[in-house]
Design a protein around this ligand. Structure first.
Ligand SMILES: Cc1cc2nc3c(=O)[nH]c(=O)nc-3n(C[C@H](O)[C@H](O)[C@H](O)COP(=O)(O)OP(=O)(O)OC[C@H]3O[C@@H](n4cnc5c(N)ncnc54)[C@H](O)[C@@H]3O)c2cc1C
Length: 484
């Protein structure tokens, strides 16, 4: 029997698992996909918002501002990039200036430390590619950028080191109450637990309805589509740029990523099919047109990828962090749309406090809080030489766009949260995420996966399930995909 079962391995489930792993608790995390960070955490703008946008006195406002403050330390501990690059919200007329003033007022109420209204000259001196008709901007220097899926992976790896158990490819299909204990039923097993934390993203309403089918809470999914520009466009903007928000949300932004690309998006489209992550011509066109209105000469010829993410918006409007009557000891952390990446560290503390109010829990004696992984391209020449002498596979560069070595891929495959798919390798190492998007290294990574996992190439998938990459092996061709 477990003390706590966490449903969902997105950023919220991951940071809760890590926070609880510092205590003497038996913990299990259940994730329906072949890897963690497969939902909204994989596909978003990756902004650690300052906190001027949420309505004051909401959970969104409180956790956004708290979460933002926790990010620097969290990312340092988990070896994840985080940069406070600041955010601009642009206004092109006096009407829009009123919205900026409202946002500033909201930010002050929410406790955002620094907010400035800037005028045209200062805006253009900092960001020369902004449309010259700009009149004002709200500038929030505490806004930042990070890598949410790496943060999730590293948090889970850290939690596993501290004793977390995890089951991938197991979908929770029902929950039953047996006196003071819950049965969590997956498509493969039944587990017993005292407490449950529901962090199932767009399916968080399904989990609630497993307990009470009539409970008035629905996820109303909203898709957002993006364009990714090559690193050649690196300095196009230095901060995150928004136009004033609308009723539909914060709107299309242009931002650098921590890896040095430029990200443009998202639009906001209400959808019926929760898992519809397809990009559309219309959606991407809308993103382009909206971005063009406030930035000039956007180098769209440098687009290397497009993707879409699904926001777990809900009928509740604010984040829903509650137990429901008659089903005590189950905390639902549901309807976590934007700013969920920013708020996740604060939501994790809330989950810990919830548990502490119910149960006397004691801290573990020998916990580990840090993760250090080797990024070969960031090492000095001396360090690179030393590693290559130890094992020549450090010097064998598999992904030339992102400079990822064979040994980094092998380490990801043999970590305590093994990468078993092409996408899992991408998320951990960035191999296949550069300009060629895996056109050159894809074969090599499949070969490494096949050899290290002792699987035929026909069983290697892009992202689990049945997303196979090849139908049959063409021996003549694979002969040339050598590992030195
Ligand atoms: C387009 C877009 C842009 C965004 N931009 C930002 C931003 O810039 N800044 C910001 O702060 N936030 C942003 N967000 C919001 C943020 O991405 C989410 O709030 C956050 O990722 C939610 O994390 P989560 O762990 O709750 O959900 P998810 O990441 O969706 O994780 C839920 C997990 O539960 C699993 N699961 C579901 N059902 C089951 C089941 N029955 N059994 C087992 N496992 C299950 C899923 O597979 C998934 O892995 C954005 C979101 C989107 C979509």
């Amino acid at each position: 029997m477990y003390d706590v079962i966490i449903i969902g391995g997105g950023i919220v489930g991951a940071l809760i698992a890590r926070e609880l792993s510092f205590y003497n608790l038996s913990l299990l995390l259940l994730e329906k996909e072949s890897d963690v960070a497969m939902g909204a955490t994989k596909a978003n703008s990756a902004i650690v918002h300052a906190g001027y946008d949420p309505i004051p006195d909401t959970l969104k406002a409180k956790t956004n501002v708290e979460g933002n403050k926790l990010y620097k330390n969290l990312c340092e501990e988990l070896g994840v990039p985080f940069k406070r690059i600041g955010a601009f919200v642009l206004a092109f007329n006096e009407e829009e200036l009123k919205i900026l003033m409202e946002l500033k007022e909201r930010g002050i109420k929410n406790g955002v430390p620094e907010l400035y209204i800037l005028k045209r000259e200062e805006i253009l001196s900092r960001e020369p590619n902004i449309n010259k008709d700009v009149k004002y901007a709200l500038f929030a220097p505490t806004s930042g950028i990070t890598n949410p899926f790496l943060l999730t992976i590293n948090a889970i790896e850290n939690a596993i080191e501290n004793g977390l158990s995890i089951k991938l490819n197991e979908e929770v299909i029902d929950i039953k109450k047996e006196e003071s204990v819950y049965q969590v039923i997956t498509d493969k097993n039944i587990y017993l637990t005292k407490y449950i934390i529901n962090c199932a993203g767009i399916n968080s309403d399904k989990i609630i309805k497993m307990l009470d089918p009539d409970y008035p809470f629905e996820i109303t999914p909203r898709k957002g589509e993006y364009l990714v520009l090559d690193k050649k466009a690196k300095d196009f903007v230095k901060s995150t740029i928004f136009h004033v928000p609308t009723k539909k949300g914060k709107g299309v932004l242009i931002t650098p990523t921590v890896e040095g690309n430029i990200l443009i998006g998202p639009n906001a489209e209400e959808i019926q099919e929760k898992e519809d992550k397809s990009t559309t011509l219309e959606g991407l066109y809308e993103v382009k047109e909206k971005a063009r209105k406030y930035c000039e000469n956007i180098p769209f010829h440098l687009v290397i990828n497009t993707f879409a993410g699904i926001r777990a918006s809900s009928t509740h409007k604010d984040f829903f962090v509650e137990e429901i009557p008659e089903f005590k000891n189950i905390l639902h952390i549901a309807g976590i749309d934007s700013p969920g990446i920013t708020s996740a560290p604060s939501l994790a503390k809330m989950a810990l406090n919830w548990l502490m109010e119910k149960e006397k829990i004691t801290p573990k004696k020998n916990i580990k809080k840090t993760i250090n992984k080797i990024s070969f391209k960031d090492l000095s020449d001396e360090e690179k030489e030393r590693l290559i002498k130890e094992d020549p596979r450090w010097g064998h560069i598999i992904c030339r766009c992102e400079h990822v070595s064979e040994m980094e891929i092998i380490s990801a495959i043999h970590s305590n949260l093994p990468a078993t798919t092409l996408e899992a390798i991408r998320k951990r190492t960035r191999a296949g995420m550069g300009r060629c998007q895996g056109a050159f290294c894809g074969y090599h990574i499949m070969k490494i996966l096949s050899e290290e996992l002792n699987l035929p190439l026909t069983k290697i998938t892009f992202k689990g399930n049945k997303s196979y990459m090849v139908k049959m092996e063409n021996k003549a061709r694979w002969k040339y995909v050598k590992r030195s």
